[in-house]
Design a protein around this ligand. Structure first.
Ligand code: IMP
Ligand code: MG
Length: 182
């Protein structure tokens, strides 16, 4: 089985690229249905982790939309620190607009709850959340995660944009922490 080594840890493949693409196509079809003929939404992609997902998702959308990026950080190592910092601010006007947050993964939800609040405070008309991955066992917050491509167990993963202390983002498959050798 294919393994990768990042810093002090080993990861094994768990979601191949083809499965990721299929789940994104299904999600995009749902969004195409929901947003066709509606006011053009603004996608707010959360850097760095969402860069690959944002690219593949938007390639599958048929309705008109705008795209903006924001950079926040909450993770150190392999567990969430629970607090987020807005590092790179939004450059688009959100007042009265339909906004869709694009996340790579929703874990404890600290990031998404803060971002949702921040966008509502800036006067967004509606804020929806779209994520490639959701860890349902970890997510206990009230903000509804309307668009989810895949649900995964409470494991630490890397690849397809996701990192372990900044390494591993470039892989086209998703890998899970391999504890078999410990
Ligand atoms: P939350 O605020 O706890 O929901 O964590 C969200 C952020 O932490 C995501 O945007 C990711 O950048 C990062 N994250 C959460 N789980 C993982 C993981 O399993 N691998 C890598 N990064 C993760
Ligand atoms: Mg992220």
């Amino acid at each position: 089985m294919e393994r990768i080594h990042l810093h002090d840890k080993t990861f094994r493949i768990c979601i191949p690229h083809s499965d990721i693409q299929k789940s994104i196509e299904v999600l995009a079809a749902k969004m195409n249905k929901d947003f066709e003929g509606k006011e053009k939404p603004l996608f707010v992609s959360v850097l760095n982790g969402s860069f690959m997902f944002t690219s593949d998702l938007l390639k599958n959308l048929t309705f008109q939309c705008e795209l903006s990026f924001i950079k926040v950080s909450s993770y150190a190592g392999t567990s969430s620190t629970g607090e987020i910092k807005e590092i790179m601010g939004l450059t688009s006007e959100v007042k009265g607009r339909s906004v869709i947050i694009v996340e790579d993964i929703v874990d404890t939800g600290a990031t998404i709850v803060e971002l949702h609040k921040m966008l509502m405070d800036k006067g967004a008309g509606e804020v929806n959340v779209c994520t490639l991955l959701l860890k349902p066992e970890a997510y206990k917050k009230d903000v509804k995660i309307k668009y989810v491509a895949m649900e995964i167990p409470n494991d630490f993963i890397v690849g397809y944009g996701l990192d372990y202390d900044e390494l591993g983002r470039q892989y086209k498959d998703i890998y899970v922490l391999d504890t078999s050798g410990e």
